[in-house]
Design a protein around this ligand. Structure first.
Ligand code: GRF
Length: 210
């Protein structure tokens, strides 16, 4: 299956997904065919260029006048025959046209156990600061399908990590990020191998490999 990954930052999730799609990797039925970014200089975009993955700049803005408008992004994804869209630290809300063009085919990863600590304003270290301030004893990443708002689509997979008594937000972030790499790769493998079943009430479940 052909994947487009959307990134605004360092791109460690993008990198782990790309590595897992290599021969013998855990998601080898996936193929990363495009990197979409609103930040052409970000670590994710640099990695894509080094790896020969086409980079699409989106959206067009004052600071990115060479970015493409939504219709052109959709055309580019269609030309590249993209099956699934993966958001991996892409900080902008994606347009509803994209959500509609890829039903049940857009995933995101968020660094908390949704629905806790999600939504607009909960990004980066702010998430982990809020988790620590709340006194929660556990946190962890959530992979979810994307709808037209921030962090509200159906949960597909989660992992749990402890919040330790003297954690700083940075330490908790690192512990969660480590699990993100595993849980996102597993979710992407399930997506590419057609192992996601939708329960009648709309909950997506991953069928384990047999
Ligand atoms: C991750 O913490 C992810 O949960 C959030 O943005 C961060 C991206 O990290 N959505 P990276 O760019 O993949 O390293």
């Amino acid at each position: 299956k052909r994947l487009a990954v959307f990134v605004s930052g360092g791109g460690s999730n993008f990198r782990s997904i790309h590595e897992a799609t290599a021969a013998g990797g855990k998601a080898s039925s996936g193929d990363v065919v495009a990197l979409v970014t609103d930040k052409p200089g970000c670590g994710g975009a640099e990695y894509a260029r080094r790896s020969g993955i086409p980079v699409v700049l989106f959206p067009r803005s004052k600071s990115a006048p060479e970015g493409v408008p939504t219709a052109q992004l959709l055309n580019a994804l269609r030309d590249l025959r993209v099956d699934f869209v993966l958001l991996a630290g892409y900080l902008k809300l994606i347009p509803s046209e994209l959500v509609q063009a890829y039903p049940r085919s857009v995933l995101n990863i968020h660094p908390s156990l949704l629905p806790a600590f999600g939504g607009k304003g909960y990004y980066g270290l702010k998430v982990h600061k809020a988790v620590i301030a709340s006194g929660a004893r556990y946190s962890g990443p959530t992979v979810h399908f994307v709808d037209e708002q921030f962090d509200t689509g159906r949960t597909l997979a989660q992992r749990v990590v402890p919040v330790l008594a003297d954690d700083t937000p940075e330490q908790l972030a690192a512990r969660v990020l480590h699990e993100e790499h595993h849980v996102y790769v597993e979710a992407v493998a399930a997506l590419c191998e057609d192992r996601i079943v939708w329960r009648e009430d709309g909950v997506p479940l991953i069928r384990t490999q047999t």
